[in-house]
Write a protein of this length. Structure first.
Ligand code: SF4
Ligand code: SF4
Lengths: 182, 381
């Protein structure tokens, strides 16, 4: 048959020889290849005893950030919820009252902030949308759970530990992707 | 009120469904060989297949409808969930449609990165298909070997894109982030690894006579039928149809790279197999040409924060690992599409299955279906 263009590459075919038509040599040849792999380097890791570090840019579980004085950065502006293609974020805003200045950085804060991890597609658009650097995706992923409601992460799960009172936990939760504190 | 038995008693259904000695069985929706939730209603006479009826809809998530409520930045990411094995190419098609409509000029650097990523995705997808096909035929080891190489690609993706399977790396106007500093080195390492291992694939599976006799002359699809069923991708090229979108309607920088379109004329399962194996090698060739020449510059064109497409209809197509993916957007001029339609390659390829396996044995049904490389979420969307 005529190839339609010059750019086309036709693949050749040969008939089988008698030796090939006996299946036994083929079986042994295949076996030889698979057995030779016993002596090669093992490409797997034995999870969960060993774990493999994630890349620095890996988009995993969200972190709600605090500034260096331990105040929550989020102002409940709702831009992240608007940007989210999966509609995974819900929040309730509240006004800061006097005496809470050490808790929240601005006048408004998120009284309730929930991300449904079953809906989330870990695209990172919320991080991109946030004007306050209040949310970012860390390089861990949501652990398994027995119930669906366990995947709805509230503020207590997402909020990073306070850097002043719990510096060790803060460092651990911070991860590599954290935006530079300003 | 009716019951199931009463319906079956109706004479015309009786005559068409169960002629003398015929048996109707269900394969799927939960069946390891369908690689997803595909439901085949197979009519058998003894071991001979009389008819295959695919039933779809088990994984329908109405992605097209969902996209109508999403902005032009958001909808791209949802489409990763259609053909998850070439998620990157899906994103590419959507981003390209938006760029075409808004006449955004994509920087050359972004084009290079996109094409390299596309080809890596193609290799990863073909690797998985190769492993799964061998598994369908009863050989389990190739599956592990395929995953070993695929893992390397996933690592490269993770390092640059931030995720391993649904990368979400494309944005209208370019790519989301610049490539990782060690990206080029890692890709070169992968090419080396792949080249040393592809021979093993040939020895273990392609050259194996047992494999060949399961494949040759099975599930034949003539060139005319491939065209009339609308098959694209390796399925159509295995039947001798010249249909590579990268050649016919070159997009991005495919016009500048040197590669062959692989065509086999026999039209049986083995030719579809050969087409994919050779395509992996061609993809390596494309990457080799580009990887050292990624130009400096921006990786993303400057775009407005809120994208608005002009009024009209826009269509683009790309070549995914499975065939031609078309994205059709109708815009009313707003921030969300009025209507989106995806032309997925898997759907038309599946429609040819009945024609291909009629009259063959039930064992060949699985072998043939394996060579179609079906991804069910792509068919159902
Ligand atoms: S990562 Fe994406 S899907 Fe998940 S909450 Fe953020 S914007 Fe929504
Ligand atoms: S996380 Fe950022 S974008 Fe979301 S509500 Fe808080 S401040 Fe606004």
């Amino acid at each position: 048959m005529q190839p339609l263009t010059k750019k086309v590459k036709q693949v050749e075919r040969k008939p089988m020889t008698f030796l090939e038509r006996l299946y036994l040599p083929e079986i042994f040849k295949g076996m030889a290849i698979t057995f030779s792999h016993i002596f090669k380097k093992v490409p797997t890791v034995s999870y969960p005893e060993q774990t493999r570090p994630f890349a620095k840019v890996f988009r995993g579980l969200h972190v709600l950030n605090r500034d260096e004085e331990g105040r929550e950065k989020c102002t409940a502006c709702g831009l992240c919820a608007l940007a989210c293609p999966a509609e995974a974020i819900t929040m309730e805003a509240a006004e800061r009252v006097r005496g809470e200045e050490n808790l929240y950085r601005e006048e408004r804060y998120a009284a309730k902030y929930e991300i449904n991890m079953l809906r989330c597609i870990f695209c990172g658009l919320c991080e991109e949308a946030c004007p306050k650097d209040a949310i970012y995706l860390s390089e861990t992923f949501a652990p398994a759970n027995y119930q669906r409601k366990g995947f709805i992460y509230g503020k207590e799960d997402l909020l990073i530990p306070n850097p002043l009172t719990q510096p060790e936990e803060y460092e651990k939760a911070k991860g590599e992707r954290a935006p530079a504190t300003q | 009120m009716y019951s199931q038995t009463e319906i079956l008693k109706e004479p015309e259904i009786n005559s068409s469904n169960s002629a003398e000695g015929e048996l109707v069985i269900n394969i799927g929706p939960q069946h390891p060989a369908t690689h997803g939730v595909l439901h085949l209603v197979v009519t058998l006479n003894g071991e001979t297949v009389k008819k295959v009826e695919p039933h779809l809809g088990y994984i329908h998530r109405s992605i097209e409808k969902m996209c109508e409520s999403l902005s032009y930045r958001q909808f791209i990411y949802v489409t990763s969930r259609m053909d998850y094995l070439s998620a990157h190419v899906n994103n590419h098609a959507c981003a390209m449609t938006v760029e075409k409509a808004m006449q955004i000029e994509v920087p050359t650097r972004a084009q290079y990165i996109r094409v390299i990523m596309d080809e890596l995705t193609r290799i990863a997808s073909h690797e998985l298909w190769w492993g799964a096909l061998a598994m369908d035929l009863g050989a389990f080891t190739p599956f592990f070997y395929a995953f070993r190489e695929r893992e390397t690609i996933n690592d490269i993706m993770e390092q640059t894109c931030g995720a391993r399977l649904t990368m979400n790396y494309m944005v209208p106007g370019g790519v989301m982030a610049d490539i990782h500093p060690s990206f080029q080195q890692k890709v070169k390492d992968f090419i080396k690894l792949f080249k040393s291992n592809i021979d093993e694939y040939d020895e273990l599976v392609t050259g194996s006579v047992i494999f060949q006799s399961r494949m040759k002359g099975v599930g034949c699809l003539s060139k005319e039928d491939a065209i009339s069923y609308g098959c694209t991708g390796p399925v159509a090229r295995g039947s001798g149809v010249h249909c590579d979108i990268r050649k016919i309607y070159p997009y991005e920088i495919y016009k500048q790279v040197e590669f062959n379109e692989i065509i086999e004329t026999a039209g049986d399962s083995f030719s579809r197999y050969l087409v994919r194996i050779k395509e992996m090698k061609e993809s390596i060739k494309i990457i080799e040409q580009l990887i050292d020449n990624i130009p400096e510059g921006d990786y993303q064109a400057k775009t407005k924060a809120v994208l608005k497409l002009p009024k009209g209809e826009f269509y683009t197509r790309v070549e995914t690992a499975r065939g031609e993916l078309g994205v059709y957007i109708v815009s009313e001029g707003g921030t969300t599409p009025y209507r989106i339609k995806f032309r997925s390659p898997g759907f038309s390829n599946l429609s040819a299955l009945d024609h291909m396996v009629r009259g063959s044995k039930i064992g060949d049904l699985m072998a043939t279906m394996g060579t179609l490389d079906l991804v069910i979420p792509d068919i159902d969307r």
